[in-house]
Design a protein around this ligand. Structure first.
Ligand code: KG4
Ligand code: ZN
Length: 338
């Protein structure tokens, strides 16, 4: 079955064609990250304008690269949410337009669930039950995965998402958006033990995450306790040390909570998804702490927002549901995965 996927939840416009949930024939992504750089985060209105401009060229390119004609497509899958309302509407309306004009069924999928599915698109057979870990710009989640589509929440963040914390700390260090890759780059030269930062502890639910205090500690370390608003004059060495200490604390917190989670939830594997999974130090820490547990990582092009994960998951959702979603399917800015 050939599925055409559409992704437009945030600042990436993606169209992809995937066969039977796994074989990626094309996966085209246009990012508007360049226009958001000066704001240190995504500017929703500008993201929408770029989706409008990018969607049709990206669609054409995805069909051309896959050598597929519209008549050969069997299903249109679209990210229904969570995400920015305007951005979601552009992808959803394009998907509905294609479903109507090409006379194809339509299926809406959860973007967060798709981030986890991305790790299962490789050749290895999934091993359930699995501990699912979503680490993205908008979400930080631990969950139990019993099967594709069957989840139970374990923990979430009570404030910033981990990717958001990377982006905000990058802004404090005058690094461009998106900050995650920049922090990782300069952290390589830094001393992770130079600053003793701490990730937040949520007393009532100790597996939950909290990164906003960590971000504030970084700000104090940079500006001193009086939080001076004067422009910072930092040496490269200090920036690298702050980046390395922050990164080690944030990623170490995820690994420590994953370790606690598997004590309560014996699982056969760990499945990770989301943009922060690009981080090589995260991989090192997980491989070191879980030497005997199979770990599923998304391939490089499938960590950040993309439409292949949407098409792949759409295939499974359609097989389960056996019918099209209605053409008045609504976008949802928040959808719990479990
Ligand atoms: O999954 P994603 O593309 O978007 C959301 O659904 O949110 O994740 C984007 C996030 C950004 O916050 C970005 O800074 C972070 O992933 N990120 C990284 C790295 N690459 C991207 N964080 C840490 N290290 C990286 N190498
Ligand atoms: Zn995402």
């Amino acid at each position: 079955m050939l599925v055409l996927g559409i992704e437009s939840t945030c600042d990436e416009t993606g169209v992809s064609i995937v066969e039977d949930g796994k074989r990626i024939l094309s996966n085209v992504v246009a990012s508007s990250a360049d226009v958001h750089q000066q704001y240190g985060g995504v500017f929703p209105e500008l993201a929408c304008r770029r989706h409008m401009d990018a969607l049709l060229p990206v669609l054409d390119e995805a069909l051309r690269k896959a050598h597929v004609k519209p008549s050969q497509i069997n299903l249109i899958a679209v990210a229904q949410g969570p995400g920015l309302i305007g951005a979601l509407l552009i992808g959803m309306n394009a998907a509905k337009g294609l479903a109507i004009s090409w006379n194809k069924p339509l299926i809406g999928v959860n973007h967060i669930e798709a981030h986890l599915y991305a790790a299962l698109m490789g050749d290895k057979e999934p091993l359930f039950p699995a501990l699912g870990i979503v680490l993205s710009g908008g979400h930080t989640l631990l969950l139990k995965i019993f099967d594709i589509g069957k989840y139970e929440a374990i923990a979430t963040t009570v404030d910033d998402a981990i990717g958001e914390a990377f982006d905000k700390v990058a802004t404090l260090l005058s690094l461009p958006y998106p900050g995650g890759p920049e922090i990782e780059r300069i952290a390589k030269e830094g001393d992770p033990d130079k600053f003793s930062f701490k990730a937040g502890f949520v007393k009532k639910s100790p597996l939950d995450f909290s990164f906003s205090g960590l971000k504030t500690s970084v700000r104090y370390a940079l500006r001193g306790q009086n939080d001076s608003q004067e422009p910072l004059s930092l040496t490269d060495e200090m920036r690298a040390d702050v980046a390395a200490s922050f990164q080690e604390t944030a990623l170490g917190d995820v690994v420590a909570k994953a370790k606690k989670a598997v004590l309560e939830f014996p699982c056969r594997s760990i499945v990770l998804g989301g943009g922060v999974c690009n981080n090589e130090r995260l991989k090192e820490l997980f491989e070191k702490e879980f030497p005997h547990t199979p770990i599923f990582w998304p391939d490089k092009g499938l960590t950040i927002d993309n439409a292949a994960m949407i098409a792949g998951l759409g295939y499974h959702k359609f097989l389960r549901k056996k019918e099209s979603d209605p053409l008045d399917l609504e976008v949802l800015t928040r959808i719990p995965i479990a």
